[in-house]
Structure formats: C-alpha cells, structure tokens
Design a protein around this ligand. Sequence first.
Ligand SMILES: Cc1cc2nc3c(=O)[nH]c(=O)nc-3n(C[C@H](O)[C@H](O)[C@H](O)COP(=O)(O)OP(=O)(O)OC[C@H]3O[C@@H](n4cnc5c(N)ncnc54)[C@H](O)[C@@H]3O)c2cc1C
Length: 569
Amino acid sequence: MADEVFDIAVIGGGVVGCGVALDAATRGLRVALVEARDLASGTSSRSSKLIHGGLRYLEHLEFGLVSEALHERAGMLDRLAPHLVRPLPFLLLLSRRAWERPYVGAGLLLYDTMGTTLGRARGVPGQRHFTRRATLKRFPGLRADAFTGSIQYFDAQVDDARYTLFLARTAAAHGAQIASRAQAVSLVREDDRVVGVGVVDLQAPRRPVIELRARRTINATGVWADEIQALAGAHDQLRMQRSKGVHLVVPGDRIDGSTALTIRTEKSVLFVIPWGRHWIIGTTDTSWELDRAHPAASRHDLDYLLGQVNRYLATPLGHDDVEGVYAGLRPLLAGDAADTSSLSREHVVTRPLPGLVSVAGGKYTTYRLMARDAVDAAVEDLPEAVPASVTDRVQLLGADGYLPRLNATTRIAQASGLDVAAVHHLLERYGGLIDDLLELIEKEPALGRPLEGAHGYLAAEVVYAATREGAIHLEDVLTRRTRISIETFDRGVAAAEPAAKLMAGPLGWSRKQTASEVEHYRTRVEAERNSQLEDDDESANRERLRASDIVPTIALAYPPRSESGGESS
Ligand SMILES: Cc1cc2nc3c(=O)[nH]c(=O)nc-3n(C[C@H](O)[C@H](O)[C@H](O)COP(=O)(O)OP(=O)(O)OC[C@H]3O[C@@H](n4cnc5c(N)ncnc54)[C@H](O)[C@@H]3O)c2cc1C
C-alpha cells in the first residue's frame, strides 16, 4: 500500500467501509481499506442481524428511511446475496386494546406497500392476521394471557459479520486492497488538503507508520467517526452519540416456536429471533460513553431482557439458559433527544476538509446507499468523470451458483460424504464458494468432521477462515468467521485449542504462539463473563477491560478522557 497512490483510501472495515471499498472498486477506482482490528469487529458483528425497513421508524414518520431500506432488502434477497440474506416470518404480538389491530395492521400494510413501490418485487410475502388461538398454534411457547392475537409479516435475516466479510472479499476480487490490524493514526496533509492516511501496521514488530497516499480519503469508522474527524481538526462537523444494545442467545429448545416475535415495549421493541439452533433476544437501548471497542453488558442488561421476554413466555428463561451475550454500539447522529431510541437512523455525509469525506449514522440495511453517497461526494470534484455506482447490480462472491447447488444438496452430500444438514449449513455460509470447502475436505477428509468443542461447525471452516477469509487470530474465527463465542455455553473455550491447532499450520504459528492465542481467548471470555455479573455500566466496563487485546491498538489523542483504559487495553 505504501508504494502506490490510490484514488480512494477507506478508514474502517465495518459494513459501511467495506461497502465503500466495493462501490469504489466497481467504479474502476484504485482502492485501499485499513481496519484497526478485525473486519466487522465493531458494530457490524453485533447487530440484531435483521435486514429490515424498521417498523418502528414508521411510527416516527421516517417514511423515506423505511422505503429505502425495504428497497435495499429486496435487492439483497433477490440479487446481491441470496446465499446470506434470508426471508424471516415475524409475529407481531398484539396485547392492547381494540384499536391496536387496525392501527398496527395499517402500519404493516404501509410497510408491505412501500416494499413494492414502482412494481418492484419486495422479495417476501405480505401480512396475515391471527387470533390468539391461531397464534398459539404457530408459537406454542407463548403465555396465552400475555397477548390478544398477532399479525404475521416478513423481514429478512443475515449473519452480519459474514456479510461484511463477503463485501470485503468481493471488493478485493474487484481489485481493492484490504488490510486488517492496520490503524489510521493521522491524516497526511498538503496545505489544507488531505492526501492520505498515516497507518500503523499493528502486527509489525516495530509498528512503523506507513504513509498511505490517496486522492480522496473516506472516514467510515462508525462510532469512532468523530475521533477521525478530530484528526482533521474538525471537531464540530459530526456529533456522534453512542447507544448500547445488548442481545442474549439461548438454545433453540428453550423456546417452543419457529418464527420470530416482535414485541412492542414501553420505549422500543423486543425481538425474539430464531438463529440456527438458537434464539437471539434483544435489545436494550441506553446511552454509552465508555470503551468503544468492547462495550460490556451488565447484569442489569441481562435482567432487563430476561424480564421483558419472560412476560410473554409460558416457560420463563433464567440466567442459566443464557449461552451467549453480545453488546454493540449504535453510531447515532447526536440530536436534542435525551432518549437514544428516538434518534434518527438516517445517515449523513460531510466534507470536513478538502480531500476528506466522512459518512456516519444509518443502519446495516442501508449500507449500500451510505457507501454510494460517500463515494459520490468523494469523487465529485475529481477532474475526470467517474462512473455512477453499480453496486445494485454487483453480486457478492458466493451468490453465483448458490441456487443450483442448493437444489443439488442431496447429490453434493452423497458425493462428499457429508450429511445433508452439513451441506445445507455450508451453503448458507459460503453459497457457491462451498466448492472451496469441499475441495479442502476431499484432500483431507478429517476436515469434514465437526470441530471439537463446537459441533455446529466443521473443522474445514476454521482452516478456510485462516487461509481464505483473512482470519489472523483465534478470536477472529471463534467470534466472527463462526459465531461459536455466542453459540456455546462455554463461549468457545472448549473449541479454542482445537481451532488454534487447525489455524497454526496455515498461519505458521509456533507452539508458544498457539498457546498464547488460546490463553488470550480464555482471558477475554472470563473478563466478559465477569463484566456480566456487575450491576452497572462503569463496573462492567472496568471488568471487561481487564483482558488485554491480542493486538493492542493505539490510543488516539481524542477523546482524551471518556475511554477508560484506552482502546489499547
Ligand atoms: C444493538 C444493535 C442492533 C442493530 N441491529 C440492526 C439491525 O437489525 N438491522 C440494521 O439494519 N441495523 C442494525 N444496527 C445498526 C448497524 O449494525 C450499524 O449501523 C452498522 O453495523 C454500522 O456499521 P459501520 O461500518 O458504520 O461501523 P462499524 O461496524 O463499527 O465499523 C467501523 C470500523 O472502523 C474501525 N476503526 C475505527 N477507528 C479506526 C482507525 N483509526 N483506523 C482503522 N479502522 C478504524 C473499527 O475497528 C470498526 O471495525 C444495529 C446496531 C446495534 C448497536
């Protein structure tokens, strides 16, 4: 990266930054992206994993946002990534007075209609109304006296970390250069123009600062966006506010049902979402100004979520049922509202200095529009004409060949010796790229066996993550390439050593390095567990920061006080 002048340098490897890289690369531009940690390690692996219009934004009268998001949903389902994004039925529970059904029904009708504007297919079926009895038939695990009926509607679901990874890989396939564990620490300036980024290779022994030269730089750092803007001396351009959202994961057999639930709470909504052989329950929405890299869930957050969901479940859940917990930070544009749940999810693009563009706010579902708008702003004053965005027609890797292989599941199972469920699992995680994994297994049949300690995954997936998916540390594999860290009661501790041994060969780790990766992972799990025993955010944050990062980042000068322990702890 140091030897070239790029058209676009992107800071941040979340869904927005990787979306920017893909957008720019497919316009024929030379692109480099730097990510300080692992791809998707910020908010983009910690969401509710819904590709949705956001029903509740209708109540806030944000029609433009909802309509755009529904259009994006259809594009991802139908064209861009049918292997990664799937339609998901929801039951919206009704529990109030007679006016609620017509009121919510009208909202859902609008939602469905917006999804089909201009005659485009919305990609999912329309709404259906159910009585209490009919609802219980579909979701026997509900408490009969907790609701009066339901309305079924459809949205879509995605593995957020994997989608971001596929964006990055697709951008790389179109020529973008992508580096993880590479932190932007300064902006290279000529007069008042930004002409690149000072980047530290955090993995290199002496951590040199490399000058990454680019004609335009795009800041896509989510909740860190104001920190990068401060490097440009433009403190006031973007005022960000961070809101913490916590999710719990419980095993599939703890809740008797097969569809997702949407429950309106006093302030927001609670989702109960099927997730493979598990359920995800979330989320909270509270202001957070502590460490940004490791937002911590407290006992209070867990109690709140269990309390809310138990109001509706025939068999209540307890702390012992919780397999996994994760917390993420919403990158909200600061407004006057004291309550973060009412802040808008619209995005903004700003130009703090010539040569620098920032993009912030928004939501996962609308990443493509954010990326398009950011690149449009960046290239606007280039002397040559740059083609318009084409990402609404660029399929992600793995989309091609997915459907024919899905139809051939049984044949693939017979030929490979894997069972049908395993082939299905691979297809939904790799799409048409399943062939790469089958090849690995053909060469080394032992890789077709379940990973020791985490039977939902195959050993081959760990090797593939280390060789083809840019995973360079154990936590990259256990937390984001797979979701073992939230899908097992021991949070991946039993799988840590077997997975590290599988990574050691391809990554050239010594025994000492392998042991250190395992030790780091265990310490991190312990710190997370301890933080979840604390009653308040400050104590949870302190406990979480007791575990150091496997690759510490550099604390930037801004903000000086609010990050307890700094990002490097
Ligand atoms: C609890 C919760 C639930 C949500 N649920 C949904 C949902 O269901 N559907 C939906 O559409 N949206 C949802 N969202 C919103 C959505 O997840 C976010 O809007 C989106 O993931 C933000 O992506 P991003 O790329 O802007 O930020 P991030 O994913 O945080 O990426 C920013 C990246 O920048 C990197 N970075 C920071 N500083 C530097 C530096 N100096 N150098 C290099 N790299 C740097 C970080 O390490 C990070 O990886 C949810 C959000 C939360 C918190």
